[in-house]
Design a protein around this ligand. Structure first.
Ligand code: HXC
Length: 510
């Protein structure tokens, strides 16, 4: 018996060393932690339960039968983050570069299945060289098995991908099918084909970072939802992030005790919106003053900054916040902002997270660039997302709500539940200048008349009362009371029941 125990211990120690001390040092020299160090930091102390530690590949090509490392390049298991169960797979770059073999893919499949069966989030940590070259088609099939499970798990459990090293070829599509992707600056990159292939095919010379680094994916492609300076910062932010999410689409809403009074009023908000409606202000000030303790987790902070999306809590309950941002492009809706907003709204709806929308939008961005880029379809995505959402929807129009953008940003007409406006709201088909130039084209040379028409239009239409008179706005509220009013609205809506007609699935304008 003693011998068996010793052997078990020896086998465990061997598996824990992965590709060996030299490769561990090489991993550290690149500024990266090892798979096991990452797990230790991510999970609550001593909560990790590892499975399949002794799994090896079954490849016989290229001398691989003599080259086996227990675990085969991925560590899988379950654990807890702040007391809640998560399942995870973490690629071990020290073992065959974390590349995916059939045995490796089966380990990932096992943990995907367990996560879905047990209604708990799945976290994948990517740091790998793609398909195990020696395995050929078996590796490709293995990837497809992972992708299939990602798709079936979508909308059932939150799936989060952490890119903490190379992520190329087959490795990119699993993260792309998950809900959120976060990257580490300088040490991680994602691309379908690497710089060498790019050079061969297009004659373009780029570095890995220029092609698919964190900067590229958080500012240009929008593939990633956030980036951090190093492994430790990312992992500690992920421990914070996961607390905002429910464990699955059937899990109870998380409630975090807060000492932040739901009745807290914020007099400073009464003067935040400038008198001149063309002057900007920061919508994030509203957001951080609405949420408990100012704790706001922003998604895609550096992409399409004309719309702000992210998670916060109101009275302890998680909410998804969406706000047009007057600081960037006057908060206009363009293709990027529409796609960003739509994806966020759909995530929240899938996981029963109420939506709080703050509206200050002058309309959709005009121009050939936008029209050629499919603004019609992209704008429709946001419209579609709000219209299909059945979660509680609370909307506050802080200033402009013009034209089609009014229709899109969670108005009463898209089953908005409680819709408020601030006294500074301007709800109209368009701004005064554009409207007067169309209605009074004959007077265009007469500055005095144009001025009179503009003043009349502003007085008559650019206020919240026309909409309030028709019941499209439930109340006009003081900016200082935005937190208590939203808090009360969400409380009233906690037992909301609404469902859409049966369908196999929808046909979102992709
Ligand atoms: C087998 C691999 C591997 C792979 C790396 N290794 N990638 N083994 N299959 N795909 C091994 C290396 O042989 C090496 O083993 C160890 O991992 C570390 O690799 P290095 O090259 O020394 O590390 P580094 O210099 O940091 O470069 C990392 C890298 C590079 C950029 C990821 O290894 C690389 O370009 N790998 C190949 C990437 C690739 O083309 N993959 C196939 C994609 S096609 P030793 O024993 O020396 O430590 C694909 C198709 C699937 O994925 C499509 C499905 C949809």
């Amino acid at each position: 018996m003693e011998d068996i125990l010793k052997e078990l211990e020896a086998r465990r120690e061997k598996a824990k060393l992965g590709g060996g001390q030299k490769r561990i040092e090489s991993q550290h020299s690149k500024g990266k932690l090892t798979a096991r160090e990452r797990i230790n930091l991510l999970l609550d102390e001593e909560s990790f339960e590892e499975y399949d530690m002794f799994v090896e590949h079954d490849s016989h090509e290229f001398g691989m039968e003599k080259n086996k490392i227990p675990g085969d390049g991925v560590v899988i298991g379950s654990g807890e983050i702040n007391g809640r169960t998560v399942f995870l797979y973490v690629k071990d770059f020290t073992v065959f570069g974390g590349s995916l073999s059939l045995a490796h893919s089966r380990k990932i499949n096992k943990i995907q299945d367990m996560a879905v069966k047990n209604n708990a989030p799945l976290i994948g940590v990517l740091d790998a060289g793609g398909a195990r070259i020696q395995e050929g088609i078996d590796a490709l099939g293995g990837y497809a098995e992972v992708f299939q499970r990602n798709v079936l798990a979508s909308g059932v459990i939150p799936q989060i991908s952490l890119i903490m090293g190379p992520c190329a070829g087959g490795d990119v599509y699993s993260p792309a099918l998950t809900d959120f992707i976060f990257m580490v600056r300088d040490t991680s990159y994602m691309f379908v084909t690497g710089p060498d292939v790019v050079k061969t095919v297009t004659n373009e010379e780029v570095t890995a970072d220029q092609l698919g680094g964190a900067e590229v994916h958080t500012t240009k492609s929008s593939v990633a939802d956030g980036a951090y300076d190093n492994d430790i910062e990312m992992i500690s932010e992920m421990r914070r992030f996961i607390d905002f999410l429910p464990s699955s689409n059937i899990s109870e809403v998380l409630i975090r005790e807060t000492s932040d009074d739901i009745k807290r009023s914020e007099p400073s908000l009464d003067t935040l919106i400038p008198a001149n409606s063309n002057s900007p202000y920061d919508i994030k000030e509203f957001i951080t003053k609405v949420v408990d303790e100012g704790d706001f987790f922003e998604i895609q902070e550096n992409f399409a900054q004309n719309i702000v999306v992210g998670f916060g809590r109101v009275d302890g309950h998680t909410v998804g916040l969406i706000g047009n941002q007057p600081l960037f492009l006057a908060g206009v809706l363009d293709s990027d902002a529409s796609r960003k907003g739509a994806r966020f709204v759909r995530f929240c709806d899938a996981f029963s997270i109420p939506l709080v929308t703050l509206v200050d939008v002058p309309g959709f961005l005009p121009g050939t660039d936008q029209e050629y880029g499919g603004l019609i379809k992209n704008g429709a995505k946001l419209l579609y997302a709000y219209a299909e959402a059945t979660v509680p929807k609370v909307t506050v129009i802080t200033r402009k709500a013009y034209g089609g953008a009014y229709c899109v940003m969670a108005p009463k007409h898209l089953r908005g539940d409680i819709n408020y406006a601030l006294p500074s709201a301007e709800i109209a088909v368009m701004g005064a200048k554009g409207a007067v130039e169309i209605l009074y084209r004959k007077d265009i040379e007469d500055t005095k008349k144009i001025q009179e028409h503009t003043e009349f239009y502003e007085d008559r239409l650019l206020n919240p009362f026309v909409a309030a008179e028709r019941g499209y706005i439930d109340d006009v509220i003081m900016p200082r009371n935005i937190r208590p009013r939203i808090g009360n609205a969400l409380k009233l809506l906690r037992n909301k029941k609404l469902s859409n007609p049966w369908k196999k699935h929808d046909n979102l304008p992709l």
